[in-house]
Design a protein around this ligand. Sequence first.
Ligand code: PLP
Length: 395
Amino acid sequence: MFVYADNAATTSVSKAALDAMMPYLTENYGNPSSLYAFGQKASEALQEARETVARCINCEPREIIFTSGGSEADNQAIVSAAKLGARKGKKHLISTQFEHHAVLHTLSKLEKEGFEVTLLDPHSDGVIRVEDVAAAIRPDTALVTIMFANNEIGTVQPIAEIGALCREKGIPFHTDAVQAAGHMPIDVKAMNIDMLSMSGHKFHAPKGVGVLYARRGIVLTNIIEGGAQERGKRAGTENVAGIVALAAALKESCDHMEENTARIIPMRDKLFAELSKIPHSKINGSLEHHVPGTVNMCFEGIEGESLLLLLDDAGICASSGSACTSGSLDPSHVLLSIGLPHEVAHGSLRLSIGEYNTMEQIDHIVETVPKVVAYLRSMSPVWDELQKGERPHLI
Ligand SMILES: *Cc1c(COP(=O)(O)O)cnc(C)c1O
């Protein structure tokens, strides 16, 4: 059985998205900047997509900029707010320890350019407290950027409360909503969000297309120079087909959010319930403040990478928090930020499911994971020491 349980990494393109984009890859291939009617067809499709996306998050179409993805949107939002602040002598930026690297690395770049960055610690439940944000705010704070939902542990942050606080203090507030868009209701007006990032491939649109929402009045800095596309804020011929697909996928996800959630929750709960029966396991992140489909757990005495390889052999695509892709063996910065010891963080597993998964697939996972964990423990010197009492159990 093949089970794709890594929807937080990417998703398949939905039929609605594919059907919507196809004409713009085939007969309607015009450049939206061309003046003739054939180009205007593409331009109209862009406008329609902008309106659709705007409706999904309750903003104006002109507040939507299409980008190459979530990373670009994060970069542009943060750099824009930093530049804007610097002009007023404000060079302090607030974020969190467990952001995506698109945010963290942009902040470190700005730090080298003379900005001061405060990274808040989430509590052990994986949730940032509004009081901690309030305490970090200074007269020279130029930006607060806090993710909507964490990509590794799925915890949801008190975005509306943070938005209200920032609005009251007159500080621009950006949220990386890549893991939330299409999966949870978002209302940028009600939540007082000034800037928001989304990525199509996390909600069944193709890879390489994203959205930056910037409230009217927020002055954006170009990070790509060139033509005057996207009201001069993002140069480059628009990815018309990708944008049309993104809008179709987002609309479909938002229209079916309740039923998708109702379908996903029982599968997620079964994963939590069954995998928690594994001795010396731990669920990471508050279950109260959580996106529907993300499950993150640690199993003591094993390495996440070995677990992933054996799950792959069993047809299961999952992920571990460890930054193995970057060639480093450091455990996940997210798991360390919620206070897990290195040894525990190394044995992590992220399963992220979506509405396309089935209960039969969940059954395959809950049958396989305990066997694989037991097998890895049977060969683990660390587990042996834990069993003999030569090393204390941490979970
Ligand atoms: C995937 C992801 C990104 C990056 O989006 P891309 O479109 O892949 O550039 C940024 N932030 C979070 C939270 C993500 O999960």
